[in-house]
Design a protein. Structure first.
Lengths: 271, 271
């Protein structure tokens, strides 16, 4: 029996809290991110039943070698009450997906679902500043994306969701972030649009549909899809065929992991 | 960034609970034991402050993907209250170092410090049945060893500790396990002795002393030392020079890991 080299008494602990838990990918992806930065840290699946949340999670936070938690379904709203300091996205969205121990004591919370999208664009050399955006989908992911890009100074954001109530709710939140943005409800379109964002589930897995009815994009349009599987959704396939620049769900996911690893206080070694 | 292969959403969680925690070796050793048996399971350091024990540990036990806990200093006595079923050693010693989720519900607790000694002997083809034993040291380790070997049917056990009160306490406990054992207090000696056990700290690290004053052992004597560092204590060096069979602290430790991994329900794959 050989010793393992990935955990010791000194290893710093992080966890993802959810119900169910077996499907989450954060343990391997964040543990890899920590390892890539040379940190002796690991992220584990913490399965917490909804009825036990208020008893278990504050107790986990009492362990001095636990430095951060990720929250997934169904806990993102409920977790916000655990944070002593709330980030600018979480304040508007009303939910957190990351809780980090602060150096000075206490815990800070933020939601990175949308920040990951902005970071994915940034790593591709693209920005939302001064751009006209069409956002399809105002659910959990769409709301977080809408709020995050609203911090980046777009000229206009048009929001579509078949549930017009939640579209209007997101429109209101975007206005709270930056009243200078021209934000309105619109059916999916790409006229007078610089960036098309899909945050709806249309095109996921075996779904061959497009979230917008169109045969060809203008090649100057930038197209994003939040869907991770498949990597090339029908929307992104059309973007590629049209000669557009496009950003995949995986790039948003990697952007989110990078920003959350920063937030957890795990810094990259000097190059 | 490459994914790591040692943790996922399906990984079963185990922990060692202690204060302090950084010095513990269980995370790497048990995680290696689990891996050697092909289990998707990991053991982590859970640092719990004494004032938080009653709040944190019962909360950890509410997580459905946490299957077992190890307890180290200063929690072995306090942890016993968490077990629904108490093993035969723990019942006599009054402490547990392992708590395992039972298939039928609830948790079982046992102390393996002494069981590891018995297992180390068993793996070396040696038994305590019908043997005359001299045990030096009646502290935490000595008590656990005394109680564990008392379950193995020795003819006699003589106990020494400079604290005669705790030696008498262990003598009483051994009598509770098996009234047929001739158990008494004695200064360290090896006349009329088949097995000499050192469970005192004498000989640890740079301590060049022997726990018994002697120049040479009868080669039929079996000598054991619970000390892990150094691997060859002065006592074991003399045993080797005398041509005796001897069992090292490391063998006890590996025996304990093996028996605790069994207890945690992680079975070896078929050979």
């Amino acid at each position: 029996m050989q010793d393992v080299d990935y955990v010791s008494g000194r290893t710093r602990i992080y966890g993802i809290v959810g119900h169910p838990i077996e499907q989450v990918r954060s343990p391997e992806m964040f543990s890899a991110s920590f390892k890539a930065r040379g940190a002796d840290a690991i992220l584990l699946p913490f399965h917490v039943l909804p009825a036990d949340f208020d008893r278990v999670v504050p107790a986990l936070m009492l362990m001095p070698n636990l430095d951060g938690l990720i929250f997934t379904i169904p806990f993102k709203q409920q977790a916000m009450a655990l944070a002593d300091a709330i980030g600018p996205n979480a304040r508007i969205v009303g939910a957190i997906n990351a809780l980090a121990r602060q150096a000075g004591g206490g815990w800070k919370g933020e939601i990175f679902d949308g920040i990951g999208c902005v970071e994915g664009f940034r790593q591709a050399g693209l920005s939302f500043a001064g751009k006209r955006v069409m956002l399809i989908g105002a659910g959990g992911a769409g709301s977080a994306i809408g709020v995050a890009i609203a911090h980046e100074g777009p000229t206009s954001v048009r929001v579509f969701d078949p549930d017009t109530g939640r579209a209007q709710d997101l429109i209101r939140r975007i206005g709270l972030v930056d009243p200078a943005i021209a934000v309105s409800y619109a059916e999916p379109h790409c006229e007078d649009t610089d960036i098309l964002l899909n945050a709806s589930p249309v095109g996921m897995l075996d779904d061959a549909r497009m979230p917008i009815s169109i045969d060809r994009f203008d090649p100057t349009l930038v197209v994003f899809d939040a869907i991770v599987k498949p990597e090339m959704t029908p929307l992104l396939q059309l973007a590629a065929q049209s000669g557009c620049r496009f950003i995949q769900g995986r790039q948003m996911m990697l952007g989110q992991i990078s920003k959350m690893t920063d937030y957890f206080g795990i810094v990259a070694p000097p190059a």
